[in-house]
Write a protein that binds this ligand. Structure first.
Ligand code: CP
Length: 311
């Protein structure tokens, strides 16, 4: 997908990590590291208004974007779709254009439809930036970036020796897609993908990955396990037999985790289904980086806002 670069090749919108090379990702990750070390600079976006526009629920992404914008000195507006005029039939496009007419030049948008955020970016005026906070099953680029920052902090900058496992409902996961794009761009040594066959895409998404439905075998010797949320509605679609079956075959327990390298790290984008895809003792254990991911979400979003909106 294109349309996120301006005529000089600079990022204007952030819609996807697909197609962004290592050279585009590294400066954002380096800058995020600076912000992760508690460096605030409220002059960077002073006088800039940032609006979060969420047509789907969120805790982490929405609040961390708000926090990130505040730490850079921006004015922050939050539109809750459930109490907005979208409930009277106003379209997402008209909503964005209305807020844009108030002088807002930055939008952080989550939408349930694939491509909806890119369509809003196309409708935006020159000088307005749109950031994808998750669209359908397509992309969640800032989650991909914060996961890479977390992995870098834990395992160093050279990903070429790393074996990374992504497990769960890959088919419906925008997080998995953005993680896969970023891991490939950063040269991850081996990427394994595991889940029930009914939840694994059989298209180009998994190109170059080692794909299996055997979680125990997939865990052998990995350096990082990225657990995905089981989207419970998939049971209604008949793609998963039961939560018990899922937990038995794909739940990350303490015993199972012992198959990974002793210093392997555990990640999960949240929100978690504790006792389904991950056990409490693992989620809260010494190898878990889950709250570190949340903290890094603020830093990465600061770096993204700065890259798109400053100067
Ligand atoms: N990881 C993530 O996107 O979480 P939220 O849905 O809470 O934003």
């Amino acid at each position: 997908m294109t349309g996120q670069l301006d005529q000089h090749g600079k990022l204007r919108h952030l819609l996807t990590l697909d197609g962004l090379p290592r050279e585009s990702l590294i400066p954002i990750l380096d800058r995020a590291k600076h912000f992760a070390d508690d460096n605030d600079d409220r002059s960077i976006l002073a006088g800039t208004a940032v609006c979060t526009l969420f047509f789907e629920p969120s805790t982490r992404t929405r609040l961390s974007f708000q926090r990130a914008a505040q730490r850079l000195g921006a004015d922050v507006l939050n539109l809750d779709a459930a109490t907005s005029s979208t409930t009277k039939g106003e379209t997402a496009r008209d909503t964005l254009k209305t807020i844009e007419a108030m002088g807002v030049r930055a939008f952080v948008v989550r939408h349930h439809e694939d491509g909806a955020v890119a369509a809003l970016a196309q409708a935006a005026e020159n000088g307005t930036s749109v950031i994808n906070a998750g669209d359908g099953r397509s992309a969640h680029p800032t989650q991909g970036l914060l996961d890479m920052l977390t992995l870098r902090q834990a395992k160093g900058h050279d990903f070429s020796k790393l074996t990374v496992l992504i497990v769960g409902d890959v088919m419906h996961s925008r997080v998995a897609r953005s993680d896969l794009h970023a891991l490939r761009a950063l040269g991850a040594g081996e990427i394994r993908v595991c889940g029930p066959r009914s939840l694994l895409p059989d298209d180009a998404t998994l190109e170059g990955c080692i794909v299996t439905d055997d979680f125990d075998a997939a865990l052998d010797g990995v350096d990082a396990v990225m657990v995905l949320r089981l989207q419970r509605e998939r049971m209604e679609e008949g793609l998963v037999a039961s939560l018990d079956d899922y937990r038995r075959d794909y739940g990350l327990s303490e015993t199972r985790l012992r198959r990974a390298n002793p210093d392997a790290v555990v990640m999960h984008p949240g929100p978690m289904n504790r006792g389904v895809e991950i056990d409490d003792v693992v989620a809260d254990g010494a190898q878990s980086l889950i709250l570190k991911q949340v903290a890094n979400g603020v830093a990465v979003r600061m770096a993204v806002l700065e890259a798109l909106l400053s100067g």
